[in-house]
Ligand binder design. Structure first.
Ligand SMILES: Cc1cc2nc3c(=O)[nH]c(=O)nc-3n(C[C@H](O)[C@H](O)[C@H](O)COP(=O)(O)OP(=O)(O)OC[C@H]3O[C@@H](n4cnc5c(N)ncnc54)[C@H](O)[C@@H]3O)c2cc1C
Length: 426
């Protein structure tokens, strides 16, 4: 029974890496995390040199619940002799590349608990055990955890046109891209769209003929990082939010969009400066346009290029844009991973087809209550806007470990209450 575990995790992104790192306090638990990738890589398709994290380096894989854990970012700095140099950078956030290097260092430390080059094909449940299958191996486990990431959202009108000229930003499309002399249209003004726009304007993929970015938003809108807004990313806010009726949760999540999906303010400063210096100082003629309050409503191929139909919600009029390359920075959707198909009949879904996720991040299901299926980054609709972010990942990992072991391994409810009160006035 060497292939039997207390916990098997599917996917090794930051969220499971955090869970694996914090499992060091439960040495009696046998666990394994699996990923199809050859080694730890963090959204490699979108790893731009100028991209920074949107979250403090103190909200790393472990520190918020256990600063003594050896897998902290500070320990990464100390072990690499970088502590003093890093402090001299005066940074509050690290670059995405440095976060990936830190995660790679942790993944090497946890080597015997992680297995790469292992694509999970399906999960079954029999005789009180999950059966997890890759092409070549079968594992069994008492509990299962799923952190397989999100699925790129493709607008309906683009679905039949996906190719090397029309592609989602999180795909192989940006690799080896040559935009020299091309008319480029970026759909979406979130952080990814803005990063592609800036890199495109600066000539990362060659000198474009022209470049346009359209966004549904009112403008390029900054991430709200103010302190009271940041209280959404605390365990006490999540606890209050969790108690609400589902129909009240969805509009709140929508209204809080800019607290999680806004553009990094510092990045907007850099972009604005680039455009100013290029246009007014260096007089470099780059044909660019930032086009907010517009949505893509149609896309058709015309010879070798494309015609995009755009609804201008400011002027209440339709427009068209001709482009050679269309880059969809249209975000992600959440859907139940196909690997769960064999046990889907045992899982419960809400009327929107979403998992019903309990407070401790386990799915509601019609299997034995001692066998849990945890799901990470599937519960924005249940736990609120912090769910897809790294801010509370360590706290969520600690919550799962406490729940799985039915012990208080981490005192993770030992948090000062927020200053803003949402619950009952006492
Ligand atoms: C470009 C980008 C930047 C971001 N920056 C920030 C930020 O600065 N701050 C912040 O708080 N959040 C950020 N986020 C949001 C969030 O933190 C990340 O998406 C994070 O990677 C989520 O972690 P994860 O572990 O759930 O999933 P992922 O990192 O997406 O990892 C999922 C893993 O599952 C594996 N997998 C999937 N299916 C299978 C299978 N069947 N078998 C085996 N393996 C499988 C994949 O190979 C992948 O490695 C960012 C998101 C993106 C896209």
């Amino acid at each position: 029974m060497t292939n039997h575990f207390n916990l098997i995790g599917v996917g090794i992104g930051p969220f499971h890496l955090s869970l694996a790192a914090l499992m060091n306090k439960v040495p009696d638990q046998k666990f394994l995390f699996l990923d199809q990738k050859p080694n730890f890589l963090w959204h490699p398709e979108l790893m731009f040199n100028d991209a920074d994290m949107q979250t403090s380096f103190l909200k790393d894989l472990v520190t918020p619940v256990d600063p003594t854990n050896p897998h902290s970012f500070l320990n990464y700095l100390v072990e690499h002799g970088l502590f003093y140099s890093f402090m001299n950078t005066n940074r509050k956030v690290v670059s995405r590349r440095e976060f990936e290097l830190y995660c790679q260092w942790v993944s090497e430390k946890l080597e015997n608990k992680l297995k790469f080059n292992s694509s999970i094909e399906q999960v079954n449940f029999k005789d009180d055990k999950f059966i997890v299958q890759t092409k070549t191996e079968t594992y069994t486990s008492d509990n299962l955890s799923i952190a397989t990431g999100l699925v790129p959202r493709i607008p309906d009108c683009a679905k039949d046109l996906i190719s090397e000229k029309v592609f989602h930003a999180k795909s192989a499309g940006l690799k080896d891209l040559n935009l020299t002399g091309k008319r480029v249209l970026i759909i979406g003004g979130g952080q990814t769209g803005v990063e592609i726009f800036r890199n495109g304007v600066l000539g990362k993929w060659g000198e474009v003929k022209n470049i346009r970015l359209i966004s549904r938003r009112q403008n390029l809108e900054p991430l709200d990082e103010s302190p009271f807004t940041n209280e959404y990313f605390t365990p006490s806010y999540v606890a209050d939010f969790f108690t609400l009726e589902q129909e009240h949760k969805d509009p709140i999540v929508k209204a809080q969009k800019l607290a999680s999906d806004g553009n990094t303010p510092d990045y907007l400063d850099k972009l604005y400066n680039d455009l100013y210096y290029m246009t007014h100082v260096n007089k470099k003629e780059i044909d660019f346009k930032i086009l907010p309050q517009r949505s893509l409503t149609g896309l058709k191929k015309t010879g070798d290029s494309y015609q995009a139909v755009i609804e201008n919600n400011f002027l209440k009029a339709n427009e068209t844009i001709e482009a050679d390359i269309i880059i969809l920075s249209t975000g992600f959707t959440i859907s139940a991973p196909k690997i769960l198909e064999p046990i889907k009949h045992l899982l419960e879904f809400d009327k929107e087809g979403r998992f019903i996720i309990n407070r401790n991040f386990d799915l509601k299901w019609n299997g034995p209550s001692k066998n849990k299926i945890y799901a990470l980054n599937f519960s924005r609709h249940r736990h609120g806007i912090a769910e897809p972010q790294t801010s509370l990942m360590a706290w969520r990992s600690a919550t799962i470990i406490n729940d799985m072991t039915q012990k208080t391994i981490y005192k993770n409810d030992h948090v000062a209450p927020s200053f803003v009160h949402y619950g009952k006035i006492e």
